[in-house]
Design a protein around this ligand. Sequence first.
Ligand code: FAD
Length: 295
Amino acid sequence: MSNDDIILLMTTEKRLCEYRFDEPLNRHTSFKIGGCAKLFIKPKSVDGLICALEKFQYAKVLAKGTNILAPDEGVDVVVNTLGLNRYHIEGELIVAEAGVLLSTLCKAAARNGLSGLEFAYGIPGTVGGAVYMNAGAYEGEICDVVEYVEVYDRRRMVKLERSQMEFSYRSSILKKTDWVVLRVALRLKPDDSQLINSRMELIMSKRIQTQPLDLPSAGSVFKRPRKDFYVGRAIEELGLKGLRVGDAQVSTKHAGFIVNLGNAKASDVRKLIRIIQQEVYRNYQVQLEPEVEIW
Ligand SMILES: Cc1cc2nc3c(=O)[nH]c(=O)nc-3n(C[C@H](O)[C@H](O)[C@H](O)COP(=O)(O)OP(=O)(O)OC[C@H]3O[C@@H](n4cnc5c(N)ncnc54)[C@H](O)[C@@H]3O)c2cc1C
């Protein structure tokens, strides 16, 4: 960070953002991996987020950090969206700021007899992170329920309808741009609260049975390359379950996950990813692409 940046920072209103210097990113990622952010900015509102992004155009956006492998050497400036945590319900529409957790929205939807978000119960990230990568599980994807998204295109606020979001499997227009999600509106359908809750509980119990939720990870490491190719099963068939590089390990419970056994480095995870990609390619001629965002 240059002196100019520090002067800019001092002139930014404290009312809008909290600032920390040399903030360890392993405290902010579900992998519990990552060096320090020289400057860690936590805006308290949408205005604060825009203000931070105007001043630090090259800042990286971090939400709940459940799909990020942050580098061991750290990064310059991070803007964290978790302070954007307000939402409201207008009939069948939930309008949420980017940093609201999916679990909060799932529970609010169930309480209000609104169905459509059950699939997302147990995805540990925010709605902004979910829209960025079109998060999905159990036959559902966030794009199924998105009505519109308000983004900051680094110049102004723009409202994008679902059709303008270029959603596809684990992707959206946000992956091709540097735009930042400010708010998301989700269109749900009325249903019985008890039924919604029981569908959510069923999904949660499936996750508990199949995923290594007791160890730090970032969920599935790879995208499914095609509908009929199950990455976890393929990795398991190659005998790679339990393979370790340092403290990074192919989960013994679900071979599609890499877990941190304690002191894994980002470089360990990257090496393990490369080994898995090479082995899968050698045996199945399939190129695996990471789902995890490697910073
Ligand atoms: C145990 C476990 C299970 C998981 N299960 C699933 C699953 O079933 N399905 C699934 O899809 N994912 C799953 N994930 C991955 C992850 O939870 C999702 O991808 C989630 O949507 C990421 O949200 P986040 O808030 O943590 O984003 P982060 O990890 O903080 O960020 C991810 C990316 O999104 C970008 N981003 C975040 N917020 C914004 C914003 N407001 N505007 C623009 N860009 C933004 C970041 O810059 C980064 O590139 C799982 C992860 C774990 C640890």
